[in-house]
Design a protein around this ligand. Structure first.
Ligand code: AVJ
Length: 333
């Protein structure tokens, strides 16, 4: 007689989205957990800290590019609405909003400019909305809580009801968290809500010297390691799981064949983790859980993905070293 496995017996009829993700991810030959689970309050703070690290070139490089590109965009596009995917703290958004204001974009009641920050973290989003509302009186802030990775959440972030032109900003190389086919599907969902006059503003990290890339994910202060381990704290807190975060080592390396950084948590000892609703999961010493992929692109690869999603690249700017790209793309009719 076959004994029912605890995993089946314990499974609630409607398990949480996180439990479903954990169940799925830990059942893979290469165990994995989705990177969105880095970002509770502590994780968001750690990420902010990462963006200020010497080694982490992405944020400051993109901000410099944005300072160059935003005034021109504000002048030529004159957006009526700004949708920001994965808004986070919306720090860079201010560069765009400032540029719009500088060219006299009416942040006023008669024709309010609308800012739609889209993020998974409701708490973070509320703070962002309140802060920006205070800094830019007249700005209409409409926060949307949505998971960009949710394939069924079509329209959750589609700027259909907004005044055009809409600028859809997807910054920080967050697109790099998606496998190319998933990124194309995401871009297609974005494209579906756009009018021909609208533009996509996409920030993407580019392939470069491997040592430079790897250093960005292996900082000397260990902030990225803490950020990585924080995912296990999040899963413990949310699900009552018994991961021992300190029994995992941070590992981040460039996978040249796939053109991406991979972050893993490597078990430093055999362990048995209880995940209520799922059961006990054995993790062997040396076994890893992949917590993130961060793709590093070149222009042909981005052009191919954008093309497959119904976009054409209109402008392309990189930093002098060619390490990071900030591009605009237009929807194809
Ligand atoms: C926010 C996904 C772009 O991949 O560089 C930073 C997250 N992970 N350090 C990235 C991250 C480790 C970041 N993204």
């Amino acid at each position: 007689m076959r004994e029912a496995s605890p995993a089946v017996v314990d499974a609630a009829p409607r398990e949480s989205a996180m439990l479903a993700d954990v169940r799925h991810g830990l059942a893979q030959p290469q165990k994995e957990l989705p990177p969105k689970y880095f970002y509770d309050r502590r994780g968001s703070e750690l990420f902010e800290e990462i963006t200020r690290l010497d080694e982490y070139y992405l944020t400051r490089t993109e901000r410099a590019l944005l300072a160059r590109v935003a005034p021109r965009l504000a002048r030529t596009l004159r957006p009526r609405a700004l949708v920001e995917l994965g808004a986070g703290s919306a720090e860079k958004t201010r560069v765009i909003l400032d540029a719009m204001r500088a060219v006299g974009a009416p942040l006023a009641d008669d024709a309010p400019l609308t800012y739609v920050p889209v993020d998974v973290s409701a708490a973070f989003l509320a703070e962002t909305a309140a802060r920006l509302g205070a800094i830019y009186p007249g700005l209409r802030v409409v926060p949307v809580v949505a998971d960009l990775a949710d394939e069924d959440a079509a329209g959750a972030f589609a700027p259909r009801a907004l005044a055009h032109p809409v600028l859809v900003a997807f910054l920080g190389s967050t697109i790099g968290n998606f496998e190319d086919d998933a990124a194309v599907r995401l871009l297609r969902r974005v494209r579906a809500g756009m009018a021909p006059v609208d533009r996509l503003l996409l920030g993407a990290d580019l392939v470069k010297d491997v040592a430079v890339i790897e250093a960005a994910y292996n900082d000397r202060l260990g902030v990225t390691a803490a950020f990585n381990r924080n995912m296990l704290h999040v899963v413990n807190d949310e699900l009552g799981a018994t991961f021992a975060p300190d029994a995992f080592a941070h590992s981040a390396f460039f996978n040249a064949a796939a053109g991406r950084i991979e972050m893993h948590l490597v078990a430093t000892a055999d362990q048995c983790v209880l995940i209520p609703g799922l059961g006990r999961v054995a993790i062997r010493r040396g076994e890893s859980i992949r917590t993130e992929v961060s793709n590093k692109y070149d222009r042909p690869r981005l052009a191919r993905m954008l093309g497959a999603a119904g976009f054409e690249i209109v402008t392309w700017e990189t930093d002098p070293a060619g390490g990071y790209a900030l591009l605009t793309a237009a929807p194809c009719a």
